[in-house]
Design a protein. Structure first.
Length: 337
């Protein structure tokens, strides 16, 4: 009656356990409070534990591995197929327990504390950038009501604020409030710069991130984000599978031997996908090598620029996967003169 496999449904306070033995007979069903989880698993002999790759999953995976258990994280969408009828904690745990035993199941590599710390920097920067955009939009909208406008772009906001402080068309009551928003904008700019400095320092100390940054379209920000997000490049069988995980491959609706390809799937990590596409757009706009590349120029002659940027981001993702897997540096392809 020894437990060999457990499906653990994570939550904030109450966790559900579903355990089976070597014959896949259910031998354990129980609820655990948060403070009871580690105590319960410390008393069990080493077994296989499946969990959905959701919030706090990487923390619990590291803690349970320290107790000697084999922990597997499963994408939540892959567990859905094993859920029977109504959804509740017990049914979720049973579905996880069954999914983790499937030979064709795909698992999520467990991230280390350092990787998650770097991702905290990226998520914080993303939040601060959104707040900066909100402040800029608010300032532009309010000042437009008094006839003050300026060219688009964050760099022109300072000139707009200088005009506000000297223009008599803005009432003093409104000017005082808008000065508060301007001070908040200065504070957010300083916080973004501080976070980016920490990301840059980590990038300089990480050899994988430095190798990725040599790829056109990948800078320290994108390189550090990829390094921190992808715990193990070997988890992907090919560069195309990595690009598909990022949602950069066409959606298929193929049947009867006839291929029907649509737009990109937009699955996977939205943050990395956006960064890679922005990096590809920069390459198309600024890179001299891109202007001499026949593949890129051929695409530009047939397709819209954004579509070409997505194709280039796909190619960049494949190159990044190869660099991480093989531990090599980027070698640019020689183009005919």
């Amino acid at each position: 009656m020894q437990i060999t496999t457990i499906g653990l449904d994570l939550a904030k306070h109450v966790f559900q356990v579903h355990g089976v033995d070597a014959n896949e007979v259910v031998v354990e069903k129980r609820r655990l409070r948060r403070g009871q989880v580690l105590t319960y698993f410390a008393k069990l002999p080493p077994c296989r534990i499946g969990m959905e790759a959701c919030a706090t999953a990487h923390f619990w995976a590291r803690e349970l591995r320290r107790l000697g258990h084999e922990v597997r994280l499963i994408p939540p969408q892959y567990v859905k197929a094993y859920l029977k009828r109504g959804k509740n904690d017990a049914a979720d745990a049973a579905a996880i327990c069954e999914a983790v035993t499937r030979p064709s199941m795909r698992f999520v590599p467990i991230k280390s504390e350092e990787q998650q710390a770097v991702l905290v920097l990226h998520r914080a920067r993303e939040l601060l950038v959104r707040q900066r955009t909100q402040l800029i939009n608010a300032l532009r909208g309010h000042l437009a009501e008094f006839g003050l406008i300026e060219a688009q772009g964050p760099s022109h906001v300072r000139r707009l604020l200088e005009t506000m402080r000297t223009d008599t068309a803005v009432p003093e009551l409104a000017r005082a409030t808008l000065d508060c928003l301007a001070s908040a904008l200065d504070a957010v700019d300083a916080q973004i710069a501080a976070v980016e400095a920490k990301i840059g320092a980590w990038h300089k100390a990480n050899p994988i991130s430095q190798r990725l940054a040599t790829v056109p379209g990948i800078g320290p920000l994108i390189a550090s984000a990829i390094t921190a997000t992808v715990a193990d490049a070997a988890a992907f069988r090919s560069g195309r599978e990595f690009a598909a995980w990022l949602g950069l491959t066409p959606r298929q609706k193929s049947t009867g031997g006839k291929q029907r390809l649509g737009r990109i799937t937009r699955r996977g990590d939205q943050y990395l996908r956006r960064l890679l596409i922005v990096g590809a757009q920069t390459v198309l706009l600024r890179s001299k090598a891109a202007k001499a590349n026949p593949w890129i120029q051929g695409l530009l002659a047939r397709c819209a620029r954004l579509k070409v940027a997505v194709a280039l981001a796909n190619k960049t993702a494949r190159i990044a996967w190869a660099i991480m897997l093989r531990g090599e540096s980027y070698r640019p392809t020689a183009t005919a003169s």
